[in-house]
Write a new protein. Structure first.
Length: 123
């Protein structure tokens, strides 16, 4: 899972297996070691919320998604979903697509096929 924070927005991008785990098991978690500290970030299904929310506690960012939004995301055509919370934080959650141009040192083997990629099978 990738996280991008810019200004008052947060974006999570999930690979195919992460989307499947999120839909079927309700949670995906990742972390990044920064010096002697660890920043964790996770996305969870939460039947108690009626909108997408984000909170931070104990160096962990938790994005909560209503179960009905997560339902079937692994097999439907939705790229993702978004919301703005009451304090103006924009939250975007989306499937992670393969780049159109290869990037060194980046494993995209579990990313979703890019819908803009062209297949030239008759060359």
């Amino acid at each position: 899972m990738k996280i991008r924070i810019s200004g008052n927005s947060i974006r999570l991008r999930l690979t195919q297996s992460e989307v499947s785990n999120f839909v079927n098991h309700g949670k995906v978690r990742s972390s990044c070691q920064i010096g002697s500290q660890t920043l964790a970030y996770e996305i969870t299904q939460d039947g108690a919320v009626n909108q997408i929310t984000a909170n931070m506690s104990n160096q962990t960012i938790t994005v909560s998604v209503p179960k009905e939004i997560a339902h079937f995301w692994d097999i439907d055509t939705r790229v993702g979903f978004d919301a703005k919370d009451e304090k103006g934080l924009y939250i975007l959650i989306e499937k992670d697509f393969q780049c159109l141009k290869p990037r060194p040192n980046e494993d995209e083997s579990d990313n979703f096929p890019n819908p803009q990629a062209t297949i030239d099978s008759y060359d």
